[in-house]
Ligand binder design. Structure first.
Ligand code: BEZ
Length: 212
């Protein structure tokens, strides 16, 4: 059975391109993005890792650490990082887990045998500071991920953890949000959302993003 939203991200010890990692210790109370790759020296993964490195400032702003995984060795990762840095014009600034024994792949259900018996799928987990899994997303090997979407979901999670709102379709940071349906009391709405709101229907109430 795969991991579910709200589950604690399993702890592990595994080697990486930056040396051995004890996962829960490495998290250090921050948000994290753990993402897996089919294999080293593959073209789509090369672009994904390069792009993630370039997003460091965006991850830092949101208090997020990135960590990648593939089932190759740390030595292979080190060589591949050289290629990523030179071809993607960046410096990989996060560890890549060397999951040769597939310990982490099994814990996180990253081998989907009907897709491939040997390669890890392109899965991604957003983990919060309480070590809870808040997003799971799995792409096929042939499709590179949209990391702007990952940042967008993290923005939504960090906002909706702190305010009684949800974010509508295609929402981006700064746009109007939805007041959660459980708030019915007009006085409470006024107190929580002093900028006012528009009731499109009694259950679809839009309000300016409260932390802006
Ligand atoms: C890639 O990362 O480029 C890739 C990996 C496996 C299959 C297809 C593409």
């Amino acid at each position: 059975m795969g991991l579910k939203l709200g589950d604690i991200a399993p702890d592990f010890e595994q080697d990486s391109s930056e040396g051995p990692i004890r996962f829960h210790e490495w998290l250090d109370g921050k948000w994290a993005v753990l993402f897996s790759h089919p294999a080293d020296f593959t073209p789509v993964c090369t672009t994904e890792l390069g792009f993630t490195a370039k997003l460091k400032e965006e991850f830092d702003k949101r208090n997020v650490k990135a960590i990648a995984l593939s089932v190759d060795s740390a030595e292979s990762h080190t060589q591949w990082i050289g290629d990523i840095n030179s071809t993607q014009n960046t410096l990989v600034n996060f560890p890549i887990l060397a999951d040769e024994d597939r310990k982490v792949s099994e814990l996180y259900d990253l081998i989907h045998p009907n897709a491939s018996e040997t390669l890890t799928v392109r899965s991604l987990f957003v983990i919060d500071p309480n070590k809870k899994i808040r997003l799971t997303i799995t792409y096929p090997a042939s499709t590179g991920r949209n990391f702007h979407e990952i940042l967008r979901v993290i923005d939504s999670l960090q906002l909706t953890d702190n305010y009684k709102v949800a974010t509508p379709a295609n929402w981006k940071d700064g746009e109007d949000v939805v007041i959660v349906p459980s708030i019915k009391d007009e006085a409470e709405i006024k107190e929580r959302f002093p900028k006012g709101y528009t009731a499109v229907t009694p259950y679809l109430r839009l309000t300016p993003q409260p932390n802006r």
